[in-house]
Design a protein around this ligand. Structure first.
Ligand SMILES: [Fe+2]
Ligand SMILES: [Fe+2]
Length: 330
């Protein structure tokens, strides 16, 4: 329940049995959870208000923020800083909007330089980024390494009739579909967005392959890791800006207990090879106003996995260790 966090920070009231216990109602969750949201798009005033009201349901909840917080560096740091003050841990993966260089943002950095700048700011805030050791969630559904990824897209989710990126882009243009990334997401210093994507795929794959074999993961990426979620896009030509076929086997190969993504603004849960893939976006006001439920309420993940922590030392809410550190103990 959004807004319950303030109450949750107070210790439970203790009422002796038989002395009015029935009058005390405690709706707070009994255990901390790993929760996720994406596409907060705080440039919209109504979305900003949702973020201002966004609080944990349990004081030890972690929050995954799967990209598209905003476009302006000031907005991104405002939102992540606020959430970091409230949640026990915040894990961020960048969206395409964070990587835009809007003409009216005083921060003029482009491409990888902009990404590096955001990583630095996140570290100052205490927010986990794709460049940091993957924190290990040991609460309900754990232990899992929570791995925020940044792998971009490379136009391999192209229009079925197209054989090349150029053909696919031409089909999309004919259909009147062009992603703003083409004008605002610069690949500097790489020659193209697909070259940047290839570098990110290689670097990320090495990180994931280095995880301990007996540690499952939650893979967090702004774009879906598989193509299937894009099959319900209203404009199928948009899929080419939504991921890369290079990550198709990652959920299985890297033991994903769950994949968290956003970008499509189509919240849903689907399974592939037994792995849940969960889209957790808020989206634009015109989108979330049409949906039932509380907009922007972070989605509890790992709900399909109820195995107790391996060593009985659950310690939900204790400080995170990291997957690399755990590996070092083996
Ligand atoms: Fe978005
Ligand atoms: Fe996006």
């Amino acid at each position: 329940m959004v807004g319950a966090g303030t109450a949750a920070r107070h210790p439970p009231r203790c009422v002796p049995p038989g002395r009015g216990a029935a009058a005390v109602r405690d709706d707070r969750p009994r255990s901390a959870a790993l929760r996720a949201v994406s596409d907060l798009h705080v440039r919209f005033a109504d979305n900003r208000r949702i973020v201002e009201d966004l609080r944990p349901e349990h004081p030890d909840d972690w929050l995954i923020v799967a990209g598209d917080v905003g476009e302006f560096v000031e907005d991104i740091t405002w939102a992540l800083g606020l959430l970091r003050e409230r949640f026990a841990q915040v894990v961020w993966a960048p969206g395409n909007h964070e990587l835009w260089t809007p003409p009216d943002d005083p921060v003029r950095l482009r491409g990888a330089h902009r990404y590096d700048h955001l990583v630095r700011l996140c570290r100052e805030l205490g927010v986990h980024t794709p460049e940091d050791p993957y924190p290990v969630w040991r609460g309900a559904g754990g232990p899992v390494a929570v791995a925020p990824l940044f792998v971009l897209y490379d136009y391999t989710f192209r229009v079925p009739a197209a054989h090349t990126k150029e053909q696919s882009l031409a089909y999309a243009e004919e259909a009147g579909v062009v992603c703003s990334d083409e004008f605002l997401l610069h690949p500097d210093p790489y020659p193209s967005r697909e070259a940047w994507c290839a570098a990110r795929v290689a670097a990320t794959e090495a990180r994931l392959a280095a995880l301990p074999d007996d540690l499952d993961t939650v893979l967090v990426n702004h774009f879906p890791l598989i193509r299937e979620p894009t099959q319900v896009l209203r404009f199928p030509e948009f899929a080419q800006w939504c991921g890369t076929s290079a990550t198709d086997r990652w959920p299985v190969r890297y033991r994903a207990a769950e994949v968290v993504y956003g970008h499509l603004h189509i919240p849903r849960l689907l399974h592939k090879d037994g792995v849940p893939h969960r889209e957790v976006s808020l989206g634009y006001p015109r989108e979330w106003r049409q949906r039932p439920g509380t907009p922007g309420r972070p989605v509890r993940i790992l709900t399909e996995r109820t195995a107790p922590p391996r060593d009985g030392a659950a310690a939900a809410g204790s400080g995170p260790d990291d997957a690399q550190g755990r590996r070092g103990l083996r």
